[in-house]
Design a protein around this ligand. Sequence first.
Ligand SMILES: [Mg+2]
Length: 294
Amino acid sequence: VTHIHTDPADLAAHAAQVRRYALTAIYGAGSGHPGGALSAADILTCLYQSELMLDPANPEWPHRDRFVLSKGHSCPALYGALADRGLIDRALVPTLRKLGSPLQGHPFASQLAWIEASTGSLGQGFSQAIGMAMGLRHARKTSRVYVMLGDGELQEGEVWEGAMCAAHYQLGNLCAIVDYNKLQSDNCPANIMGLEPLVGKWEAFGWNALRIDGHNIDAILDAFDTARLCRDKPTVIVADTVKGQGVTFMAGAPHWHGSVKMKDEELVQALGELGGDDAEISWALGREASHVGH
Ligand SMILES: [Mg+2]
């Protein structure tokens, strides 16, 4: 049912595919958020290829683990991870943000079975994940709940109400991941509303707080193992990442946060750097599916 991949080299290859799908989707849409999709890609890959208990044949399997992308604007990477795991057809990838497509610009739970929560209004996905963790524990289920937040998202007051709540109720079945890419829309959190000391804040709120390199596959898998063993507190994994990771001209560049239209030559260069072959690059440039009928 899960843990289909645990070999780091294998997972790194999957993460490159997830990044290529994310950029193909954003190129096809003519808009979207590449930076935060690329920073999240290694963690999302490890979740979908290794950590989450899922039944690929049944998205509603009651014993499944739940994942909520609270930083919903990074969903091209989530769709990429779903396509890479074979949970959705890769033909959907270029339909991002098109009318009728289940792949909307923010995750839309009623249109796509694998999406657990509609998100994008920052802070709210975290609250939904906490509610899921409480409900699953009340129902005596062993399922775990994973939720990814952005660093800019942590400036929302709702996040810290949720942090108090999850610790108060000792939600050991909850694992939050902070995609700590040190950039939010157009600037650094440090210049807008500083987050440090970030690990200390989570610890003070009663969480089991870990800090890792969010692009190191071994470190990501180890952190998930550690989180699973902590039964009396929620765990947060503060993952140091680089916005735009994997593409030289996007890495660390605030311009690539969002609402960008990628040029053909930019897509070709990016996919090439990420190991895309000629066949995949022509598919990505094709814009074959302009709409999806329902
Ligand atoms: Mg950020």
